[in-house]
Design a protein around this ligand. Structure first.
Ligand code: GTP
Ligand code: MG
Length: 376
């Protein structure tokens, strides 16, 4: 990963990743107030569900909140497990076990998965349930990790257990970070009354290192406009290449890869007309087929460029030139008929969408630490 690290440092070195450290203000004002409000409520909560992104079990922790969280009954919910590599996921749950921290990987949209989390929560609350008339469970985490989606699932499961008079309240869920702006309570049980609190996603005012910032941006916890789609896409390509991921895509797309290899060998001049989508074919295809084809084309483009690359991925300049080549091939693969800078943004946006929706496969971007550290 040496090439990624130096590229990341060089490419983003001049960026204002610290609050007030540059033109980019990625720590919106509401987060400071929200963090204060969360800290205040944490003091009176009986249990906290800390939601993290399963693709970032450590990088999606809000370090500033950790001291307040570690003293509480806490369950770490690694959400979006459907987007995380299951073979590595179990190593992470084992890691948290070895740190003596309750942790469960979940998919907030799956009822059975959320039920397992609720069983763990009930177990941890058992002794207070018998003596307190009212209990408070807080759901906290960085933006866009699925806190509100989880609250809705918990609420739905709970209301199927006990009838509610009032109309079912729902937390707003959305694909961009910063959807929830206020703390809101949802009643999930009578006798004792149990409330879950949805909270706004909050980041630390100063991201400790650039790669953590890029990982958070890639997972969607930081607005794309803050870092820029192109930088995030470059980081994604750097990660994919240094992990040799595109080489594993060969068996998926053998035939198309051979066709492409032949096309590239013909060394056609770059022609904007080639990038126009084939309008005659499109209306007959379903959206699903269109996405499948797009994924195949993208995987093939990345496979062919990486397998024909004879530089050193540990060298920042070599890695950069490979990524440059991949941007060109991706533009063609995605049939984007625009020129230069505009096209790069469009390529980046499409690539990020494919990654974030799991179409490029499941990933975990953090590395499991060798020895257990206290989960502060
Ligand atoms: N694939 C997948 N998507 C999920 C899951 N949970 C939530 N999402 C999606 O992630 C996005 C963010 O979900 P929210 O519940 O709004 O996230 P949040 O943490 O409340 O975000 P903020 O309110 O901005 O802090 C939405 O598009 C959800 O549909 C999950 O387990 N898997
Ligand atoms: Mg929310």
């Amino acid at each position: 990963m040496g090439g990624v690290r130096s590229m990341v440092k060089k490419g983003l070195g001049e960026m204002g990743f610290n609050k007030g450290g540059g033109a980019i203000n990625w720590f919106p004002g509401h987060m400071a107030a929200a963090t204060r409000a969360i800290r205040h409520r944490l003091k009176v909560s009986d249990l906290v569900i800390e939601v993290r992104d399963a693709r970032l079990p450590l990088s999606s922790a809000n370090e500033d909140l950790q001291p307040s969280l570690s003293g509480k009954r806490r369950v770490i919910a690694l959400n979006k497990k459907d987007l995380a590599n299951p073979n590595i996921m179990h190593k992470w749950t084992h890691y948290f076990d070895s740190c003596k921290q309750d942790c469960i990987s979940i998919n907030a949209h799956s009822r059975s998965s959320v039920k397992k989390l609720l069983e763990l929560v009930e177990l941890k609350l058992r002794e207070v349930i018998s003596r307190e008339p009212t209990l408070l469970v807080m759901v906290v985490g960085v933006p866009n990790v699925g806190k509100s989606a989880l609250i809705n699932s918990i609420h739905q499961i709970a209301t199927s257990r006990f009838p509610v008079q009032e109309k079912m309240k729902r937390a707003t869920v959305g694909p961009l970070p910063g959807v929830t702006q206020d703390i809101a309570g949802f009643k999930i049980a009578h006798q004792p009354s149990i409330y879950v609190l949805d909270t706004p996603g909050v980041l630390v005012p100063s991201i400790p290192d650039i790669e953590t910032g890029l990982k958070l941006a890639l997972a969607g916890s930081v607005k794309d406009s803050v870092v820029g789609e192109e930088r995030i896409a470059q980081y994604l390509l750097a990660v994919l290449n240094t992990r040799s991921t595109p080489l594993h895509w060969r068996h998926l797309n053998n035939r198309r890869i051979e066709e492409l290899r032949n096309e590239y060998e013909d060394k056609h001049d770059y022609n904007l007309k080639d990038l126009l989508p084939n309008k005659r074919k499109l209306p007959n295809r379903s959206d699903v087929k269109y996405i499948e084809d797009l994924v195949t084309e993208v995987q093939c483009a990345l496979h062919v460029t990486l397998s024909e690359f004879n530089g050193n991925l540990e060298e920042e300049n070599d890695l950069e030139s490979l990524i440059e080549q991949q941007f060109e091939k991706l533009q063609k693969a995605m049939k984007i008929p625009h020129k230069a800078s505009e096209a790069r943004t469009m390529v980046s946006k499409k690539l990020l969408t494919l990654f974030r929706t799991g179409k490029l496969g499941p990933f975990i971007l953090d590395d499991v630490p060798h020895s257990p550290n206290p989960v502060s």
